[in-house]
Design a protein around this ligand. Sequence first.
Ligand code: ASP
Ligand code: MG
Length: 421
Amino acid sequence: MKVFKFGGASVKDAEVVKNLKKIVEQESESRLLIVISAMDKTTNWLERVVESFKANQDWKEPLQKVFDFHRYQLQQLIGNALSDANESIDKIQHYAFTFLEQDENSEFDFIYDQIVSLGEILSTKIIAAYLIKEGLDVTWTDARKLVHTDNSYRDAKVNWEETEKRINEFWESETSTFIITQGFIGGGEHKRMTTLGREGSDFSAAIFAYCLSAESVTIWKDVPGMLNADPKYFSNTSLLENISYREAIELSYYGASVIHPKTIKPLENKHIPLYVKSFKEPNEPGSVINDNTSEDSKIPSYIFQSDQVLISISSRDFSFIVEEHISDIFKCFATHRLKIQTMQNSAISFSVSVANQPKQIKALMEELKNDYKVLYNEGLELLTIRHFNKQIVDELIKGREVMLEQKTRHTMRILMRGQKH
Ligand code: ASP
Ligand code: MG
């Protein structure tokens, strides 16, 4: 069997969903498990609903709009054909409104997962209904019953053993050619809904592929494959045709947004190749990520991350920053769930850069200020270059104020003031 994954852009609206049908239809030799994200920017819209709810602002109108959007897409796809998808949308809407109306005191992350996970339920209900209407042999299945997680809302951890058991039992009991399921979501303890972290659908595809020892995974995107830079910012991008798992992990770790960082490891463990292809040009080869390191592309790759913050931490009495302090400081970053991008220490200070997450950073600073002097610089840009060369670096930092620079054999990271990209 094979796993296909379609992200938000590749199921953006009814028109693009028709394209999905053409792609899956071509795959007639193996059974397909199709992992689908929420349509278009639904996850962001639902995120805003939860934020408004928590801030006591109007959340009902934006939530209603999400359902109106989905009803419209379903109508475009199946017209007046009979389908239980209409009823499913009504039920999900009823659940979302009643859930929020009745829940005032729960924590943000919990509410978030109970609401934001609905995007994937809606998209898969609609797409399954359409494919069934078109005569394909399709079964819709609920990932919350298969991907078993703990209850760390918004960043749920997978219970691999249980998940593998459930997925295999399900797969063996199923005979349909196409199985449609959701990315990004899982089921926690006490039947709570959980999510695996933003952009987590790639990871979901890898979970299913790992558990079923799939022949391959294909991620269908609106770009031709893994590129050496984001085409939004660079007019001259090159395709990375062959990449090893190792190189792909490095690139996604440094923030290349093409695949979710957690995706590669499970695939590497079972030697399952990952294809990244364009849904606009399905017959083009795209990129392949596998065990083969000998053909690893060594062309420079650029990753720009804007809105970065540099935090400099020093002792109040100018004493040295030693190991005990550093371990203290790290613990603080972990508690506030801030991922350290770069770090550097000098005798009396320790500097760390992170992506700007105002709420968490504020809480972190408050805690650190009890024991340290903390300085703060925002609005920075972090540039990472894999396989750098001097000429390229000089060109890219021309006229910019460099705040921090780090070089290893293959990777250079530069934190600069201002944002060009
Ligand atoms: N819909 C989720 C998100 O936008 C998951 C995904 O797209 O991978 O974050
Ligand atoms: Mg998405």
